[in-house]
Design a protein around this ligand. Sequence first.
Ligand code: AMP
Length: 201
Amino acid sequence: MTELPICTLVSWKDIDRWADTLAQEVLSGSGAPETIVGLTRGGWVPSRLLADRLEVKHLAALRAQHWGVTATPNGNAEITEGLTTSVKGRKVLVVDDITDTGESLDLAMEHVRTKEPLTLESATLLHISHSTYVPTYYAEDVPKERWAWFVFPWNYWEDIRTLVAKARPDGKTPSGVRQLLRDRCRIEVPEEDVLRAFGPA
Ligand code: AMP
């Protein structure tokens, strides 16, 4: 039988709430940074939401790769595109969506540290308690026993397409696949979304 991870569907409402909490945490900590570095791709939307809330105009991207396909780690984490802007002497906050193994953020922090920022902190929306790296700030702590693959709204179609492809050999039909997603991933995916992920008949 195909491996299908337990998943959690994340709504924009959850994201909004976590972004508010995180912004508050940062403000009560060291205050707004001068530069936000968003890890792509997962940290891209969270970093923009945080930049908006913290009134930060300087936003930079850093590309880290770890989990190739939904819920499948791809060997070791790597920085595949470094920072292209100077952060020397600046107060920097590195942002990602979630710390799971924590390797991506750990590596990203190491990379940014070599660029000589004045201060360097990190922030994530979610932090899974088994992560080897603990971000300076996070909005919600997920106990490791409650590990799930979080289907973020910015990764929705990629995740649903992957899960549908994994469930297809056993589920066979769209309704069989939908039932497998319900039973094994514990998520309710609308029928039209399963059909769309199935592709043309
Ligand atoms: P990691 O290096 O394991 O901390 O995770 C690297 C990236 O993979 C994260 O920033 C997410 O974009 C993605 N990721 C890892 N674990 C999960 C998960 N449980 N749910 C959703 N996305 C995840």
